[in-house]
Design a protein around this ligand. Sequence first.
Ligand code: IPE
Ligand code: MG
Length: 224
Amino acid sequence: MDGNGRWAKQRGLKRTMGHERGAKVAEDVIQWASDLGIRYLTLYSFSTENWKRPKEEVSFLFSLMVRYLESRLNKIIRENVRVRFTGRIEELPQEVFDVCKRIEEKSKNNSKIDVILAVNYGGRREIVDAVNKIISKGIKEIDIKDISNNLYLPDVPDPELIIRTSGEIRISNFLLWQIAYSELYFTDTLWPDFTKDDLIKAIENYSNRERRFGSISSDEGSEK
Ligand code: IPE
Ligand code: MG
């Protein structure tokens, strides 16, 4: 969800106003995704690198998250949304961590869509944490499955489609292990301007791609 700061700057507003608008768009995107039948949606909300930002911006982002999660709890339950977190949330300020845990607990039996908020998340950190978990179990030699099974949320399937907004063409430490065969979609639209049409366009683009997972086209099977 990139481009909040630039969206605000274009309008002569403070960066925090961009985040405010970005949070509203995230709420809308959850609804659109759910209506479209998407089963898992992960929103990269705060990376392990975002601590480098001014501390006022960091604390604004956390208070925005807490405000949204608390005020939307009834809606989350009503809409059958399961909210989960990926990342080292135990390193967040205590009150933020507590709210995350509470929402996770209250929504754990919901089943229309899993909304996964990546908070204090880093893909390299996640892989290292998985390896350390494996080591602590005394396992000496590992396989691909060992890493997959020891990620933060091992039951969540690898993403089929990754959307990055605001014209940046990079991954920025997002789900490094899980995106091995994900389709990537980049758009110049800034996150606060992202609409339902943009979401549908991304999904349509994805639908027209042929996913071969290292194999060849199914209609080329007989060629030698
Ligand atoms: C929001 O966009 C992403 C968050 C980390 C919350 P940015 O804050 O990165 O916006 P730009 O890149 O400055 O435009
Ligand atoms: Mg950015």
